[in-house]
Design a protein around this ligand. Structure first.
Ligand SMILES: NC(=O)c1ccc[n+]([C@@H]2O[C@H](COP(=O)([O-])OP(=O)(O)OC[C@H]3O[C@@H](n4cnc5c(N)ncnc54)[C@H](O)[C@@H]3O)[C@@H](O)[C@H]2O)c1
Length: 291
């Protein structure tokens, strides 16, 4: 089936980026969130990010104006009834995702494809909670979506070839490159990346280095564009913890145990950049390490 209209559930860091690239590619896209204020914040973020792309010459003002016309709000789930593709990009919590899927299935037309942007949760298990596991797929965008080229595509056990082909073609039209992963905990990128971040947090927890020395080490010593703690703040510490829990439980191996210091930051609500504080404090002009 051809995809013309897309719905995105969850208007956070990822949802706004996904709507941005979809609108820019000329598809109609509607954003939904459980907190209506998040939709307005997302639209403001998209506006700001498109303006930056215009200022740097990557897109024209006409491209931006056209993209904005394609991006709208779906304050109620009912507004998503006629989308051809629904992308779930809400909080990384299986119960939250299952509840959303149960709620949208009776609303979204039966021929529509359902996708999830989960970083780690089993596609097969999420698909099984829907009325159309054969039309369900993992479509894992990277953060920040307008900048990052990769999308991991993950089939559940029941995903039909035509669902996979149509979804992969759609992602190609967004200018992204696809990497296909099997449906195992955290797929490929986060299976490799998150244990590295978790180890950086253990390095901090054990006092081997402080926030600044650990990040400087990896930036200058391993040529990483961001230090691992800066990257953790950028991803969101709640998402990092959730991915580690999925790895730990899903692979039943203690090498994936989440660092207690990561748990403590999440318990404090210090979730990283999006919360104003994490391994760095972002409330002033410059980020200041919190340890
Ligand atoms: N942050 C990253 O680097 C990254 C990268 C790739 C994929 N992801 C995945 O994308 C998803 C979203 O992550 P994020 O970083 O955007 O998180 P976020 O915290 O920025 O946004 C999550 C949004 O979901 C909304 N939400 C929660 N419950 C909802 C519900 N029942 N209905 C509608 N909206 C609801 C929240 O209000 C919030 O606006 C997660 O599955 C995450 O694992 C994140």
């Amino acid at each position: 089936m051809s995809i013309k209209k897309v719905g995105v559930i969850g208007a956070g860091q990822m949802g706004n980026g996904i709507a941005h690239v979809i609108g820019l590619a000329g598809y109609d896209v509607l954003l939904n969130d459980i907190e209506p204020a998040r939709i307005d914040e997302a639209l403001a973020t998209i506006n700001g990010n498109l303006s930056r792309q215009v200022a740097s010459g990557r897109i024209s003002q006409a491209d931006m104006d056209k993209a904005l016309k394609h991006i709208g709000k779906a304050e109620k789930i009912d507004a998503l009834a006629d989308v051809d593709l629904l992308i779930e990009a809400a909080t990384e919590n299986e119960d939250v995702k299952l509840q959303i899927l149960r709620e949208v299935c009776p609303v979204v037309k039966p021929e529509a494809t359902l996708a999830t942007n989960t970083s780690s949760i089993s596609i097969t298990r999420l698909a099984a909670a829907t009325d159309r596991p054969e039309k369900f797929i993992g479509m894992h965008f990277m953060n920040p979506v307008p900048v990052m080229e990769l999308v991991e595509m993950i089939r559940g056990i029941a995903t039909e070839d035509k669902t996979f082909t149509a979804a992969t073609e759609f992602v190609g039209t967004l200018g992204k490159t696809v990497a296909v992963s099997e449906d195992f905990p955290a797929f490929m990128v986060n299976r490799i990346l998150l244990p590295m971040i978790n180890e950086a947090i253990y390095t901090l927890y054990e006092g081997v280095g402080n926030v600044d020395s650990i990040d400087t080490s990896m930036r200058l010593g391993a040529r990483h564009p961001m230090g691992p703690l800066q990257l953790a703040d950028f991803i969101g510490l709640d998402t990092c913890l959730s991915v580690m829990q999925v790895l730990y439980e899903g692979l039943a191996d203690t090498k994936y145990r989440p660092c207690p210091l990561l748990v403590k930051y999440v318990e404090a609500g210090w979730l990283g950049r999006k919360a104003g504080r994490g391994f760095y404090d972002y409330r002033g002009d410059e980020p200041v390490p919190t340890r």
